[in-house]
Ligand binder design. Sequence first.
Ligand code: ADE
Length: 232
Amino acid sequence: MSKTAIIGAMELEVETLKAKMTVSQVIKKAGMEFYDGSLNGARVVIVRSGVGKVNAALCVQILADIFQVTHIINTGVAGSLNAKLDIGDILISKDALHHDVDATIFGYKPGEVPQLGLREFPADERLMQLAKASCEKVNTDCHAVTGRVVSGDQFISSREVKARLIADFQGDCAEMEGASIAHGAYLNQIPFVIIRAISDKADDSAEMDYPTFEKAAALHSAALVEDMVASI
Ligand code: ADE
């Protein structure tokens, strides 16, 4: 039987889903609260990882070791790097990479973690399809794009940095956890998908747009995740 982890970086991103689930136990570990139970008929563990790549990686390892999850969904918000992705739209990950890893001096590609053998962590094809189907079903007015998540321990809010993330990594959205979750999922051989609603354009307007659109964007992705867990 499947058991799906749902990871959000911030409380806002997971509070809606936690309110809808039936909780059987709450386990605290590494400063995180893991809500174990069911949502929409499916076994789930919902957790707020905290912001950034270290929190996200620790969270995945706990989900693998203690909860033995079979699938991972990362939900939340992101800054758009793609002109086709407007505020409120949804990005479903095709893959994810670390934009703040640089071992190019040794011949590795920008973003490539040395000695790992891959730079882009591919999302699970079936989870991507389920996410697309749920998006069409629940967010009928919503525009969803499949693409690349680029992650780093930085909030992207400048035109120059945004241009670099597009040129060097062909990123479609920028956030601060996805690649770590993908990396941890890859090492533990757990299928994953990242679903991010766009809260800002990752440019000079991001600081203004993010607080305004964060909540609506987070609710968008939460609705999609609630629907899709039932089919995993
Ligand atoms: N999450 C939402 N918007 C973001 C941005 N512009 N940069 C990094 N993470 C984000």
